[in-house]
Design a protein around this ligand. Structure first.
Ligand code: NAD
Length: 350
């Protein structure tokens, strides 16, 4: 089978010809129909994240091994199952839950495998979906998507699920004011989920007018281009000088977080999601005085992905697919994402 692999960070991905894996025991082999291209794949390709004081946090120090087939937003058709698989059969359309844990740590035992102490996520710590086939360790990581478009559903496994979890972590309520920073793959689905489940007033901040207009079309009440105006002043003006009840930062860089803190209302929640990275200075006395909460939020749990697929089935959320690429065009897809040329998500159709 063909697989697009990161052999070495920063070098072009290589299309390799690998043996098609044979599923054994509980394993399921899925033929990939759609594989979303996430900004996190760019961080993998770059080999890490920006840390504090110009430090670079290498993914290899966090357990990633190259060569690696990335791709954690995968939908496809079951091709073959191991002999212990009971409820899944060849030909079924499925979405893959990629945030696999060891099944034994405290997070896994309460169904939060995405927060496992020893994660084995597909497309990050094991081969993922930038390939014709993906081997899934168990049918319990599959969600049936009969009647749904695979490329519509694929991105729910990360961009949708991450935004959904971030919203839950923000504890946002209908009467409150929510700010979403970043109108990319995560932000554009985040606006729709906020609309569907929270009902709060939503303001979206980005640097790009086209993305902001798309955010407005999808349900944002206010849009703010932070390259032209001061987002703190804009949010304060929109909230009678009080500030936002919650800010979800899908960028999470030194530049954005400093502003997030300044636009937060007393009792405000700041949810950090993006991996652009860097560091920020905290005014420590203000944290208790204004009862702020800062929460890191990472992907989401299987049960929430099941809910999201149901929301998508009822047409309440729709992935924004900016461009489609063949597997051979993977380097082009990643480069265009890096250069900000993709609206919403790019999808590979192997
Ligand atoms: P994307 O490239 O599709 O979108 C990023 C958006 O941020 C773009 O619209 C861009 O214009 C905007 N942006 C960049 N810098 C900005 C700034 N200074 N101010 C305002 N807007 C700015 O990326 P994505 O796929 O949406 O992912 C966003 C980030 O979230 C990435 O770092 C990704 O790795 C990370 N991520 C985190 C999780 C998690 O579980 N925590 C999961 C998936 C992705």
């Amino acid at each position: 089978m063909k697989a697009a692999r990161i052999v070495k960070p920063k070098e072009p991905l290589q299309i390799e010809d690998l043996p098609v894996p044979r599923p054994r025991g509980k394993q399921v082999l899925v033929r990939v129909l759609a594989s979303g291209v996430c900004h996190s794949d760019l961080h993998l390709w770059e080999g890490g994240y920006a840390g504090p004081r110009d430090m670079f946090m290498r993914v290899e120090d966090r357990g990633v091994r190259f060569p690696l087939t990335p791709g954690h937003e995968v939908a496809g058709i079951v091709e073959e199952v191991g002999d212990e698989v009971v409820n899944t059969g060849k030909g079924e359309k499925v979405l893959v839950y990629p945030w696999i844990g060891d099944g034994a740590c405290p997070a896994c035992t309460v169904g939060e495998e995405n927060l496992c102490d020893r994660p084995r996520s597909l497309g990050i710590f094991q081969d993922g979906g930038y390939a014709e086939y993906i081997l899934v360790p168990s049918e319990r990581y599959l969600i049936k998507i009969d009647g749904q478009e695979p490329e519509q559903v694929a991105s729910l496994a990360c961009s949708g699920l991450t935004a959904y979890t971030a919203l839950k972590n923000s504890s946002i309520r209908a009467q409150e004011f929510l700010v979403i920073v970043g109108a990319g793959g995560l932000g554009l689905i985040g606006v729709q989920i906020a609309r569907a489940i929270a009902g709060s007033t939503i303001a979206v901040i980005d640097l790009d007018d086209k993305r902001l207009e798309e955010a407005r079309r999808l349900g944002a009440d206010h849009i703010i281009n932070s390259s032209r105006s001061d987002p703190v002043k804009e949010v304060k003006d929109l909230t009678n000088g009080l500030g936002a009840d919650a800010v979800i930062d899908f960028v999470n860089s030194s530049k954005t977080v400093a502003k997030d803190l300044d636009m937060l209302r007393k009792r405000g929640r700041l949810v950090l999601v993006g991996l652009f990275g860097g560091s920020t200075e905290l005014n420590l006395a203000l944290m208790p005085l204004r009862a702020y909460r800062i929460i890191g939020s990472y992907t989401g749990k299987y049960a929430d992905l099941v809910e999201l697929v149901a929301l998508a089935r009822r047409g309440m959320i729709r992935s924004v697919i900016g461009k489609r690429f063949r597997l051979e065009e993977v380097n082009d897809a990643l480069t265009q994402l890096k250069e900000g040329k993709i609206m919403g998500r790019a999808v590979l159709n192997p």
